[in-house]
Write a protein that binds this ligand. Structure first.
Ligand code: COA
Length: 257
């Protein structure tokens, strides 16, 4: 179905593997189009409750946007950035968790892809960075914004202006990733967290994502979104089930309603 992505659905978790290992999984126009299409699946298919994104091979998650396509870009540079930003907004605002399992280099657009996900888990060999400055560029897929949100202004400024790479241990210390695990444990660790989230009420999970993302939307009060979402939860069958199960000392069985 896809030419540059592999997808498998197992136990309600969609695993998306960016599959251009000979180019270190660089994001070309095809990968971007296919990521957009796989997001349609995530949004629309009820059998998918969560997703993880990783890269093929053991060397790279994604080593950036495909630099070989850059020489053709002149006046359309802004459109290229907007296109990537739009797709990555769809990841960030997806109503289901999407987690990056970073199995190697996450550079440029690869770091931006990982940062658009709801959280990140890294293999020990992972390396993060925004080396666009070395190409006479800046990040275009949200990197200046999300790196600053995740690690703070001073550290982001340094990484963005030096182009230096961050190893997995430093990424953990700086809050860019939640865990660092051996490469062979990366997918299992990621899936075990998604398995746990998948037992929760789907509407509560979706509302959590929306409310947390509102922290970064200065046009809207996150407190208003939180109160509204909290109120909406009271109208759901899953809230009745969760509270009844607690009171009856049993495990809840959520239906997504
Ligand atoms: N775009 C297009 N092709 C890329 C790429 C990218 N972002 N990153 C790597 N590749 C390709 C290389 O051109 C090479 O292709 P080739 O075998 O046809 O020559 C292949 O992937 C392997 O990469 P190579 O550079 O030989 O591996 P390495 O181990 O020596 O170095 C990196 C690994 C990640 C340090 C290096 O590939 C690199 O710096 N990549 C670019 C990172 C970057 O600037 N990203 C931001 C882009 S905006």
């Amino acid at each position: 179905m896809y030419t540059s992505l592999l997808t498998t659905l197992d136990n309600h978790i969609l695993t998306i593997t960016i599959n251009r290992p000979d180019k270190l999984n660089a994001i070309n126009a095809t990968v971007m189009t296919e990521l957009d299409a796989v997001l349609d699946e995530i949004y629309e298919n009820d059998a998918i409750r969560s997703a993880l994104i990783t890269g093929a091979g053991q060397k790279a998650f994604v080593a950036g946007a495909d630099i070989s396509e850059f020489m053709q870009v002149t006046s359309e540079g802004m459109a290229l950035a907007k296109r990537g930003q739009d797709v990555f907004f769809r990841i960030e605002n997806a109503p289901k968790p999407i987690v990056a399992a970073v199995n190697g280099f996450a550079l440029g657009g690869g770091c931006e892809l990982a940062m658009a996900c709801h959280f990140r888990i890294a293999a020990e060999n992972a390396k993060f960075g925004q080396p666009e400055i070395n190409l006479g560029l800046i990040p275009g897929y949200g990197g200046t914004q999300r790196l600053t949100q995740l690690i703070g202004k001073g550290r982001a400024m340094e990484l963005l202006m030096t182009g230096n790479l961050l190893d997995a241990a430093s990424a953990l210390q700086w809050g860019l990733v939640n865990y660092v695990v051996p490469q062979e444990e990366l997918l299992n660790k990621t899936r075990s967290i998604l398995d746990l989230i998948n037992t929760k009420a789907p509407l509560s999970v979706a509302k959590t994502i929306r409310a947390v993302n509102t922290v970064y939307n200065y046009a809207v009060s996150g407190y208003d979104v939180e109160a509204d979402s909290f109120g909406e939860c009271f109208k759901t069958e899953d809230m009745r089930e969760g509270v009844s199960a607690f009171l009856e000392k049993r495990k809840p069985v959520f239906s997504g309603k």
